[in-house]
Ligand binder design. Structure first.
Ligand code: ZN
Length: 307
C-alpha cells in the first residue's frame, strides 16, 4: 500500500515536471542569468550552478550518475539543422548529449524518414554539462535522454521565432482515454517503433493513451512494445532514454522494464479516475530548492568547475 502510494506521488511529481514542457514557449531575447550572490555556498541548488554553464566540460565523454541524478562530461551538441531533423527552443541551450545520444538521434532521424515520418523536431536533451535544470525535467541530467515532438518536421527550415514559439501537437483525445483520431497517424506509431527497435534505446515514455494506440496498431511484430512505457504528460512529445554507454563506468543503469509488452489490462491503472484527473499539484518548486552539489556524484564537482 505504502509503495503504491509512493509510486503515485512520484508519478504526480513527475507529471507536474513533465506536462507543460513541449508547450513552454522560448524566447528570442538574451537569456543570460544574473550571477549568483553565493555560488560557493553549500546550500546553493546544483541546478542554479549547472544552468549557468553555457559550454561543455572539454573532457573525455562520460555520463556520471543516474538519469535523474548526475551530470555529463565531454558533451557534444546535436547540430541544430540536419537533413532529417531540426532542434527546437534554441534559447534553452539543451541540445547537448553524450556522443552516443547524438549519434543515435542522427540515426533515428534518417530511419524514421524512411518509415514515413518526415523528420524529427528535437526538444530538450541535456544542458552542456548535464545536471539538474531550472525548469522542466527531473531526468535529462546525464546526456542520455531526449524529447522528440509528436509533430513531424515541416519541409522547410524553421525560423528562430518558430523554433521558440511554435507549439507541438497534442495527440491525445480530450477525454484522455485514447489518441485523437483527427491528429494521430500511422507515421506517429512508426517513429516510436523505429526508435524502440534501436538497440541503443533502453526505454521510451509516452502517454498511456499513446501506448494503447501502439498496442492496437503493432500487428504481429510486438517485441519493441516492451520498451515503450506509459508516463503522465508525454502527449505532445515522447521521451527516449538510451543505455549507459560502455565508456561511462559511473553511469547507473535503470532497472529493466517489467517483462511483457505492457498492453491490455496492464494499462487499466492509467485510465482510472485518479490517474486521468489527478488533483492539481500543491505548489511549483521554489527557486531556492533542489539538490545541492554535495548530494550529486562527487565527480560532478569537477565537471562543474572545469574551464
Ligand atoms: Zn523528457
Amino acid at each position: 500500500m505504502m509503495r503504491a502510494l509512493a509510486r503515485l506521488l512520484f508519478i504526480f511529481l513527475l507529471a507536474y515536471a513533465g506536462s507543460a514542457l513541449a508547450q513552454d514557449r522560448g524566447t528570442v531575447e538574451d537569456k543570460t542569468l544574473p550571477p549568483l550572490e553565493h555560488p560557493d555556498s553549500p546550500s546553493t541548488p546544483a541546478r542554479e550552478l549547472f544552468a549557468r554553464k553555457n559550454t561543455p566540460d572539454p573532457a573525455t565523454p562520460r555520463s556520471i550518475g543516474f538519469y535523474s541524478h548526475g551530470c555529463l562530461a565531454g558533451a557534444v551538441a546535436l547540430p541544430i539543422n540536419g537533413a532529417t531533423w531540426q532542434v527546437m527552443r534554441l534559447s534553452r541551450n539543451r541540445n547537448w548529449g553524450h556522443p552516443k545520444l547524438v549519434e543515435f538521434l542522427e540515426r533515428l532521424a534518417e530511419k524514421a524518414k524512411k518509415a514515413g515520418w518526415n523528420g524529427l523536431l528535437v526538444g530538450d536533451m541535456s544542458q552542456p554539462r548535464g545536471g539538474p535544470m531550472l525548469s522542466g525535467h527531473t531526468s535529462h541530467q546525464i546526456g542520455l535522454d531526449a524529447d522528440i515532438w509528436l509533430t513531424p518536421m515541416p519541409d522547410r527550415k524553421l525560423s528562430r521565432e518558430e523554433r521558440e514559439f511554435m507549439s507541438a501537437t497534442m495527440v491525445v483525445r480530450e477525454d484522455r482515454r485514447d489518441v485523437d483520431p483527427n491528429v494521430w497517424t500511422h507515421a506517429h506509431a512508426e517513429v516510436i517503433r523505429v526508435a524502440a527497435e534501436d538497440p541503443a534505446v533502453e526505454r521510451i515514455f509516452v502517454n498511456a493513451a499513446i501506448k494503447k494506440a501502439l498496442c492496437r496498431e503493432a500487428g504481429s511484430n510486438r517485441a519493441w512494445l516492451a520498451k515503450v512505457r506509459p508516463w503522465r504528460g508525454h502527449d505532445y512529445h515522447f521521451h527516449i532514454r538510451i543505455f549507459c554507454p560502455p565508456d561511462s563506468p559511473q553511469c547507473e543503469p535503470q532497472p529493466p522494464p517489467e517483462s511483457g509488452e505492457g498492453c491490455g489490462h496492464e494499462l487499466d491503472y492509467w485510465f482510472t479516475e485518479a490517474m486521468l484527473h489527478p488533483p492539481p499539484p500543491t505548489e511549483p518548486p521554489k527557486p531556492g530548492q533542489g539538490p545541492t552539489m554535495a548530494s550529486l556524484p562527487h565527480a560532478c564537482r569537477q565537471v562543474l568547475m572545469a574551464p
